[in-house]
Design a protein around this ligand. Structure first.
Ligand code: NAD
Length: 401
């Protein structure tokens, strides 16, 4: 048996998102962290000290490195178009942290650039790669439960009060809960309900003048296959919906019961936007310890799926299947490689030219729903979708390019 050499990965942006992917990259022998691009010299130095490899001061220089197979882009949303198109045009496959980007025009440009270059853009990680979500999708694909009829998704967090860059509080720059958090929920619900959203009706909330962007929304989605879904998210919450998930947090750790109000308390020390940027930087690579190893899968709040033959309830440890006469729990044990679904997609893209479900066109469809939520709230009407793509089975995604 031949053993493929590790995929040589370049990383663009060494911030919080990279910190969260680090355990996956470090625990997967199929991937080598071979280079980075970051504006801050201190993070570049920290990267080289820990992983070796090359450090560049621009994403353009990183993409020009001929030894790299793929680029992980974890720069702010509004830079995703420039960085993703640069990478695919340089012949690299891309793992692009969600969301695809901010505007539909930029999203279309990324998708077209990838198609022209014959390269795959994976939009992830997103919580649609979580093992319980993939387990539920596999159950639905098996056909044993009949059709998906209805999905409910609910999540209450302190998202708005975590340290933010100024543009993360500006909707036009992709700030607020819709682009950063809504897109997780949309990805999950689309994956479970078949992908093809027909209409979006929604109301959004902006409840804090000091943080003037969407902090909450409720949306009603209809699907071409006949299913419908409700999606509710509050990033303004005082209640923590981890309580509905056995007090397990989004990243799979047990929620600290003494941490009530932690984000709002920490923000009380902030006087200026620079103070807040500093607070955020403390959570990035080279400035903070590695994330602790989780005891459970990641999750994105309560998810319920009603099918003809059963209701499914996703938990951080698996999927409850409530059938007509009996209920079963299907566990999804933790893998040695965190975020395994994301890593599998990266490896399949580079080694087999296989697209994941969550490719650039999928990301564009989820982004369209984000805009649909904003537009519907503004106009008070249903918004019809035009860029939707279905969940494609593995065979349809093989040798895509
Ligand atoms: N914060 C999270 O928990 C999280 C989780 C998942 C995904 N994401 C996604 O990752 C992306 C980044 O968000 P973040 O929270 O990590 O932000 P961040 O500010 O912590 O990190 C962004 C990084 O990009 C770097 N950067 C800025 N301009 C650059 C450039 N021209 N070239 C190279 N690097 C550059 C910054 O120095 C910073 O280190 C966003 O799209 C976000 O949605 C964030």
């Amino acid at each position: 048996m031949t053993c493929d050499p590790p995929i040589r990965l370049g990383v663009a942006g060494l911030g919080r998102a990279f910190m969260l992917m680090l355990p996956s990259f470090e625990n997967d022998p199929r991937v080598e962290l071979a280079a980075c691009a970051a504006p801050r010299e201190s993070s570049r130095t920290a990267f080289v000290q820990r992983f070796g490899g090359a450090a560049y001061d621009s994403v353009e220089a990183l993409c020009g490195d001929p030894t790299l197979d793929a680029i992980y882009i974890a720069t702010p949303h509004q830079m995703h178009r420039t960085h993703a198109t640069c990478a695919v045009m340089a012949g690299k496959h891309v793992l692009l942290d969600k969301p695809l980007c901010v505007t539909l025009e930029d999203g279309e440009a990324i998708a077209q650039a990838a198609e022209r270059a014959g390269k795959i853009v994976i939009v992830g990680p997103s919580h649609s790669f979580d093992a319980p979500v993939l387990k539920a999708r596999a159950l639905i694909d098996s056909g044993s439960l009949g059709q998906v009829r209805m999905v409910h998704a609910l999540n209450y967090t302190d998202f708005l009060y975590r340290p933010r860059r100024p543009e993360e509080l500006m909707t036009s720059e992709g700030g607020g809960v819709i682009f950063s958090q809504g897109v997780h929920q949309i990805d999950i619900v689309r994956l479970l309900a078949g992908g093809m959203v027909s209409t979006v009706r929604a109301t959004t909330g902006q409840w804090d003048d000091k943080r003037p962007t969407e902090c909450a929304y409720s949306a009603h989605l209809t699907f071409a296959q006949g299913a419908f879904a409700s999606l509710t998210y509050s990033g303004f919450a005082h209640f923590n919906s981890d309580e509905f998930c056995d007090w397990i947090g989004e990243l799979g750790h047990d929620t600290d019961p003494t941490a009530y109000g932690k984000a709002r308390k920490a923000l009380q020390s902030v006087q200026t936007p620079q103070d807040e940027i500093r607070l955020k930087t403390e959570r990035t690579f080279g400035a903070s310890p590695d994330p602790a190893v989780p005891a459970h899968n990641e999750h994105f709040g309560t998810i319920l799926v009603s099918c003809d033959g059963a209701d499914l309830r996703l938990t951080p440890d698996g999927v409850w299947v409530y059938g007509h006469t009996q209920s079963d729990f299907l566990s999804t044990p933790l893998d040695a490689i965190p975020r395994k679904g994301v890593m599998e997609s990266l490896v399949a893209a580079v080694r087999q030219s296989q697209s994941p479900i969550q490719d650039a066109r999928w990301g564009l469809a989820s982004l369209e729903v984000c805009h649909g939520i904003l537009q519907s709230s503004e106009a008070g009407t249903d918004i019809r979708m035009h860029h939707q793509v279905p969940v494609r089975r593995t065979e349809e995604r093989k040798n895509q390019i």
